[in-house]
Design a protein around this ligand. Sequence first.
Ligand code: PGA
Length: 253
Amino acid sequence: MRSPKKLIAGNWKMNGSLEFNSTLMHSLLGGDLHANACDVAVCAPSVYLAQIHALLLSAGSSPIHLGAQDISAHEKGAYTGEISVSMLKDFGVAYAIVGHSERRQFHHESDQLVAIKAERALSAGITPIVCVGETQQERGVGLTEVIVKRQLAAVIHLVGHCITEIVVAYEPVWAIGTGLTATPEQAQSVHAVLRAQLRAAAGDGAQKIRILYGGSMNAANAKSLLSQPDIDGGLIGGAALKAADFLAIVASA
Ligand code: PGA
């Protein structure tokens, strides 16, 4: 019987300000985070990680973990504009999204680069949230499985020895920020494919790997998605910017 602790992670993307973040975090910290029932993380823009880190420290033993939205594939040195895993560790970062479709699309990140980033995160003790997902066009021509398996295979190839330490996020590109959500059955069927691929790599260890769903998850649809057998949490964009919605999703988990 599988029963990994669910993970609800907010992906703020390029949103927020000092004032907005402070208000949002105070609302979240004042809400019911069901600390024992599920893990909660917020992935903030990198310039605000120090702010959120300080807010979490001043709140004492907060059940909210801090996440980054990307990391450098390099350890350190002449990589202008990039942020290393050791810098993120300085601010208590526990999770890092790697391979989000917006980075694959707008920054031309390849499967191999995403795999290297996952490896880099693991080497620093940061849990990578590895995103995979097909476009509308790929789904339309029946390529969903091929695409997500190819994206995950690159990561398994590089970090297969510690694959049970990663989190996977299935995010159909056509559902991100569009208000279109995969039905629970559509999501579950892809999650089952990913679970089988992880099982082939890690055996029974695959049972504890969390596979999140992302793509217009909100307070209204979270419960039905999160009740699917292979959906172990959510990666939340738009709804993570509204405390009441995010807390409602956490409560559904
Ligand atoms: P969304 O974004 O919830 O706004 O669709 C999810 C994501 O891109 O991680």
